[in-house]
Write a protein that binds this ligand. Structure first.
Ligand code: C5J
Length: 237
């Protein structure tokens, strides 16, 4: 069992039963012209989470951890899009309308897909979800239980919406989740802080919060090569 510095206390995890969950790193959220911007948000805030999330993803791959990605989006015919979600925010451009990256939040469109920096590779399932939570109307729980996963390391966007909803759902299903605070992003600095506080309050009411460097240090106890910077790994190979 490895132990990573975290709040409210150390996060203990067994790499064999731990999955990295990468939530909604989609162009529609992190780039201008997508769904996030259609709701009036400044997307540049979310890009801050990408470099650390990419480092964690590379290390987890090298250490052999199971990796799962999620995407929020809808069927091309919008048959799984509730009217309430379509109308909410009274945006000028709605889900399903044509934008500069294709139809907003529609599966198969360029904007719906994951950004290159953290793009899934073979063996990493992508869970397409119609809602905010990774477990609602998806096979996420089946995928994790089939691999006997019990602990989750969580990166993604946005902190107070899809990340937090997914962590709450994971908690109710018996998983322990560690949210890496520098690997999650919000359009609202105040919500970033509040969302992370909520997770770790009351003794970790629905999870743990830590920093990527502390998680990587813990992972490096068992897999030193996996967390070594690329140049160091090459020099020692
Ligand atoms: C939102 C998400 N913010 N992925 N989705 O609508 O957090």
């Amino acid at each position: 069992m490895l132990s990573a510095k975290a709040e409210p206390y150390e996060f203990e995890f067994d790499p064999a039963t731990t999955a990295l969950v990468m939530i909604d790193f989609q162009r529609d959220f992190v780039y201008p012209g997508g769904f996030g911007e259609s709701l009036g948000n400044d997307t540049s805030f979310l890009l801050k989470a990408l470099p650390a999330a990419e480092r964690v993803l590379r290390a987890c791959r090298a250490a052999g951890l199971f990796v799962v990605h999620t995407r929020e989006g809808h069927r091309a015919d919008l048959s799984d899009l509730p009217a309430a979600k379509y109308e909410r925010g009274r945006p000028k451009i709605h889900i399903g309308d044509e934008g500069p990256m294709g139809r907003l939040l529609v599966r198969g469109e360029y904007g719906h897909d994951i950004v290159e920096e953290v793009y899934p590779i073979a063996g990493e399932p992508i869970v397409d979800k119609p809602g905010k939570g990774a477990f609602y109307a998806t096979d996420m729980d089946t995928i994790l239980k089939t691999r006997r996963i019990r602990q989750l390391i969580v990166c993604g966007v946005t902190t107070e919406v899809c990340v937090q909803t997914s962590v709450r759902e994971a908690n109710d299903r018996g998983y322990d989740a560690l949210v890496l605070e520098d690997c999650v992003g919000s359009y609202f600095p105040a919500f970033q802080i509040a969302a992370l506080e909520m997770i770790k309050a009351q003794g970790g009411i629905f999870g743990f919060v830590g920093k990527s460097e502390d998680f990587l240090e813990a992972l490096g106890q068992q897999f030193p090569d996996a967390v070594a910077p690329a140049s160091t790994a090459a020099a020692t190979a």
